[in-house]
Design a protein around this ligand. Structure first.
Ligand code: AHM
Ligand code: MG
Length: 331
């Protein structure tokens, strides 16, 4: 294949596997491990998609009976998704360790030669599972910093979001979509269940620079800082529309497509905000920036936050560039 032909834009309808392979050819020294890792994630996503679609019939809705590291009730599907992802990534051999919303400590995959580490929320928005509302998987991929061949430790995960090699999400919505970036734009793939394959449906996604959607849990309004209340009032004054699903991936995806801002500020009930920096905020912040949008904790870009613990929380304001700038003008 000539260099020129690999640079041609890939058409809508191209299968994910072919897309990943063609992108890899743009990097002559790429070993193919990241490509394989992305395929492993897509495979786990297909399996979880099947479990979600059948969940009402298979008795795997509802609580599992345990709490996760954050003291939140785990759903059966949370637990299943966590296991599926770990299995897929372990079998692939490219990943040496994972952190997951569902587990307290770094999960060592016994693949010391894997040069990548993954931070993930296997199933986000899990309070929406039982009511058939969109949910999602979120993942961030980093190169490990410790020596290959040794055990990974917590420090490998203390990298700024800016160091992500790739990040993405799978949205289990009215259709299932995989959206990811490797730092060269954002592409979206729709799952075709009868063929069991993701196909490119949304090439080179660009987030509108502005928009008229604001997404926030206004039930907490009284707990927000004055600056956040003022911004929300400004959105209302401008005649914006409010849209809040309560599944971060779905709320983010809608705003990515249509233009808007999602916010989960710190507040009196959750002084650090609710969302987790390493496996919720950073992945979406990387995608937002790559699509021309922005993400901040209200003080600095999300991707520049220096992490200090595996499960740390951060306020998140993410979406169209102009709306995030407008939010910052109230701070
Ligand atoms: P989860 O990881 O326990 O599912 O929590 C994260 C979810 C996000 O998907 C969503 O945006 C947010 O929590 C909703 O929280 P709230 O119900 O407080 O508005
Ligand atoms: Mg979550």
């Amino acid at each position: 294949m000539t260099e020129q032909s690999t640079k041609l834009a890939l058409p809508v309808g191209v299968a994910l596997d072919r897309f990943i392979k063609r992108k890899q050819e743009d990097f002559p020294y790429a070993s193919g491990e990241l490509s394989q890792l992305l395929r492993d994630i897509a495979l786990a996503g297909k399996i979880i998609n099947g479990e979600i679609r059948r969940s009402g019939l298979e008795g795997i809705e509802g609580p599992y009976g345990t709490d996760n590291v954050h003291g939140e009730k785990q759903q059966k599907l949370d637990v299943i998704a966590n296991i599926r992802f770990q299995r897929a990534l372990k079998n692939g051999g490219e990943v040496s360790a994972i952190i997951s919303e569902e587990e307290d400590k770094v999960i060592n995959l016994d693949c010391p030669n894997g040069k990548y580490i993954v931070a993930m929320d296997p199933l986000d928005g899990s309070s929406n599972i039982d009511v058939n509302v969109s949910i999602g998987t979120i993942f961030s991929i980093y190169r490990r910093e410790s020596t290959i061949g040794t055990d990974v430790d917590d420090r490998d995960f203390m990298q700024k979001g800016r160091s992500q090699v790739a990040a993405g999400y799978i949205l289990y919505g009215s259709s299932t979509m995989l959206v990811y970036t490797t730092g060269r734009g954002v592409n979206g793939f729709t799952y075709e269940p009868s063929l069991g394959e993701f196909f490119l449906s949304h090439p080179n996604i660009r987030m509108p620079e502005s928009g008229n959607i604001y997404s926030v849990n206004e039930g907490y309004l009284d707990y927000f800082d004055q600056s956040d209340r003022d911004f929300i009032q400004d959105c209302r004054d401008k005649g914006f529309t409010a849209r809040y699903i309560g599944s971060l991936v779905a709320d983010f995806h809608r705003n990515l497509m249509k233009g808007g801002i999602y916010m989960y500020p710190s507040n009196k009930k959750s002084p650090e905000g609710k969302l987790r920096l390493l496996y919720e905020c950073n992945a979406l912040a990387f995608i937002a920036e790559q699509a021309g949008g922005a993400a901040t904790d209200g003080f600095q870009p999300t991707l520049d936050i220096d992490p200090s613990s595996l499960h740390q929380r951060a306020p998140l304001y993410i979406g169209s560039k102009n709306l995030v700038e407008s939010l910052l003008s109230f701070k």
